[in-house]
Design a protein around this ligand. Structure first.
Ligand code: CP3
Length: 343
């Protein structure tokens, strides 16, 4: 076989037609695995857990020990970036992330990109540890949150609906321009460092690409992502990037052609055949199994997997979910899904 030096997922991202369909699952390292819950119980603070290289490497490798999948995604979080730049970030049990909101232009000075590499060194060390354990066909993935998604957390101080962040962004274009510039630089540094530490590709999670007008989508999603991709490729011309604008499945062709990402993730609501037709048969697509079809299992899971596999025959495709795997997912259903794909 040719290209044996590059893992299967990377060859697929490059648009090569492969015999096997690569598989990984968003949020695969996490609470659906009992061994994760056990490891998590021993690491009380989620952020300290992310910054403990041995524990983070272990969490990253757990799903690969259990499942026949083709990638490890580093155990970390999108919010390590505001945290490493000096914003207060905490993960509260049963609530999720809580940040001290930044809403004044003068406060943007608090966000310091110069400390990222030293503060996130444990993440890069964890990547190195994981890399040593993978074989040449398994890819290691790094990731970050996209500028707009991170901006919503930085401005609102929490997740949930983005109405507050949207109104704020409409009213404060200067603040947004400065914040995007800071984030673009921070994220390019972080993605480049992950690639240098051993990641074969990176995914940009734009988890909050939904509910945006054309104008806002262009200004807050497309433009900053395009700059981030360009900056990363300046630092690392060979960088392979998967962009995942969740909730913008009707805009995937636009997103792909404008931002310069190499591959595109499809959420649950994406019309996958239409997207394949629009984007052509050369570009790598990823997704879009409903995580709750995986919870349900049985006939509908089989039907859903086959529907995606039918589409995957048309062009390079990475099998994945349309959003993160949820904690109540039965392990047997994941195994059944993988068996179906492999069969
Ligand atoms: O397996 C993997 O995919 C790698 C690890 C990973 C985590 N978070 C670990 C995590 C990844 C890729 C993320 C991305 C992330 N984090 C996103 C983008 C993807 C998406 O889901 O849309 C977002 C929006 C976040 C922010 C975040 N982190 C939230 C909203 C929460 C709380 C809700 C939740 O899912 O628990 C987290 C916490 C978090 N990040 C956990 C894990 C395993 C759970 C923490 C715990 O174990 O207590």
């Amino acid at each position: 076989m040719e290209n044996q030096n590059k893992p299967l997922i990377i060859r697929t991202i490059e648009g090569k037609k492969e015999e096997r369909i690569p598989i990984w699952m968003m949020r695969q390292a996490g609470r659906h695995l009992p061994e994760y819950k056990e490891l998590r119980a021993r690491n009380k603070s989620f952020l300290d857990f992310c910054y403990a290289p041995a524990a983070a490497a272990e969490a990253t490798l757990q799903p690969l020990r259990r499942y026949d999948i083709d990638a490890a995604i580093i155990f970390s979080d999108i919010l390590v970036i505001p945290h490493a730049m000096g914003q207060f970030v905490d993960f509260k049990e049963g609530i999720g992330p809580v940040l001290e909101p930044i809403r004044e232009i003068t406060e943007l000075r608090k966000l310091d990109t110069s400390k990222i590499i030293t503060r996130l060194n444990p993440v890069y060390e964890a990547l190195g540890r994981v890399k040593e354990k993978l074989n040449s066909e398994q890819a290691l993935l790094g990731f970050c949150g996209a500028p707009w998604t991170l901006a919503t957390y930085i401005i609102q101080g929490k997740g949930g609906d983005r109405n507050d962040a949207k109104c704020f962004a409409y009213q404060n274009p200067q603040f947004m321009a400065q914040l995007f510039d800071i984030l673009i630089e921070a994220l390019a540094i972080h993605l480049d460092a992950q690639l240098k530490a051993g990641a074969n590709a990176v995914q940009i999670f734009e988890s909050w690409a939904e509910d945006l007008s054309d104008l806002a989508f262009n200004e807050w999603v497309i433009a900053p992502t395009k700059k981030l991709v360009a900056r990363l490729k300046e630092l690392n011309p060979d960088a392979k990037i998967i962009g995942f604008p969740r909730g913008a499945s009707h805009r995937l062709k636009l997103y792909h052609s404008q931002t310069g990402v190499n591959a595109v993730g499809m959420d649950i609501s994406c019309d996958i055949f239409k997207t394949r037709e629009e984007i052509g048969n050369e570009i790598c697509l990823q997704g879009n199994l409903d995580p709750f079809a995986l919870v349900a299992g049985g006939e509908y899971l089989e039907k859903s997997v086959n529907h995606i596999l039918d589409c995957a025959r048309l062009g390079p495709h990475i099998f994945n979910l349309g959003h993160g795997i949820v904690p109540q997912t039965p392990i047997a259903n994941v195994e059944a899904m993988i068996k179906l794909i492999r069969g």
